[in-house]
Design a protein around this ligand. Structure first.
Ligand SMILES: NC(=O)c1ccc[n+]([C@@H]2O[C@H](COP(=O)([O-])OP(=O)(O)OC[C@H]3O[C@@H](n4cnc5c(N)ncnc54)[C@H](O)[C@@H]3O)[C@@H](O)[C@H]2O)c1
Length: 248
């Protein structure tokens, strides 16, 4: 059997990187995409050391030509696209609404919302034609709950959840599944930037039911499952991996 072909955006750090490693360990063929070419090539080499076929391809997800090219190059190189993980994203700036800047809105929505939409456009074209595929978008606990001083980020991730459900409806009859994973706080550079200091991070984590941050691999394992045939009747869902946060 052909090993599945996986494309991951924003794959060079954090959850994206952990997801690339997890798929490589499954023996999948992995395309890691991002904006820092040297780090991207190093990650692809690391994946090949695990025995996976792997390649780095440059793409800023806000740039339609670049994301289109990555999807087209993937198909040219590997003949198909089985799983896509739309992971690239930014936390933007923490801002009370009374201090909101249009620039924060524009840059956050460009990466999180436009980036997800553009990636879906080209991934779905390939998968609808194939009559098979699984796409996993990255939402957040802020995709279905409000957070003070994070209305821009929360708005962008609520948008990702609406986009995910709509895309699932466009893909379902053709066998293309679209789901989102909604992580709680995960130990990545983004969490450090979002909380700003060790004290603030400890205070934030103390409010979480699990009283700890999740590990990037704890998100990656759910993404691997959603990408697999074990999840073949699962589409249009937002899967919370948040140590109990959304049960409150
Ligand atoms: N860490 C958390 O606590 C947490 C919680 C919920 C959701 N998430 C989501 O998980 C995803 C991954 O975040 P992470 O925690 O690994 O943080 P991270 O900052 O380590 O990873 C985000 C990656 O996306 C890349 N990226 C940003 N904008 C991009 C663009 N325009 N084009 C291409 N790449 C771009 C960044 O360079 C980075 O490598 C994000 O969508 C984030 O919103 C993270």
């Amino acid at each position: 059997m052909n090993r599945p072909v996986v494309l991951i955006t924003g794959a060079l750090t954090g959850i994206g990187r952990a997801t690339a490693l997890a798929f490589a360990r499954e023996g999948h063929r992995v395309i890691v995409s991002g904006r820092r070419d040297e780090a991207g090539r190093a990650l692809a080499a690391e994946l090949r050391e695990l025995g996976a076929e792997a390649e780095y391809m440059h793409a800023d997800v806000r740039n339609e030509a670049e994301i289109r090219q990555v999807v087209e190059q993937t198909v040219a190189r590997f003949g198909r696209l089985d799983i896509a993980v739309n992971n690239a994203g930014t936390e933007g700036e923490s801002q009370p609404l009374v201090e909101l800047t249009a620039a924060n809105y524009e840059s956050t929505f460009a990466a999180n919302v436009l980036g997800t939409l553009l990636a879906l456009k080209y991934e779905m074209r390939v998968m609808l034609e194939q009559g098979a595929g699984s796409i996993i978008n990255l939402s957040s606990i802020a995709g279905h709950a409000g957070f003070a001083s994070a209305s821009v980020y929360a708005g962008s991730k609520h948008a990702v959840e609406g986009i995910t459900k709509s895309a699932a409806l466009e893909g379902a009859a053709a066998g293309v599944r679209v789901n989102a994973v909604a992580p709680g706080p995960i130990a990545t550079e983004m969490l450090d930037r979002f909380t700003g200091s060790d004290d603030a991070k400890a205070g934030f984590l103390a409010t979480m039911p699990a009283r700890r941050a999740g590990e990037p691999d704890e998100i990656a394992q759910t993404i691997v499952f959603l990408g697999s045939d074990k999840a073949r009747y699962l589409t249009g869902q937002i899967v919370s991996v948040d140590g109990g946060f959304s049960a409150q």
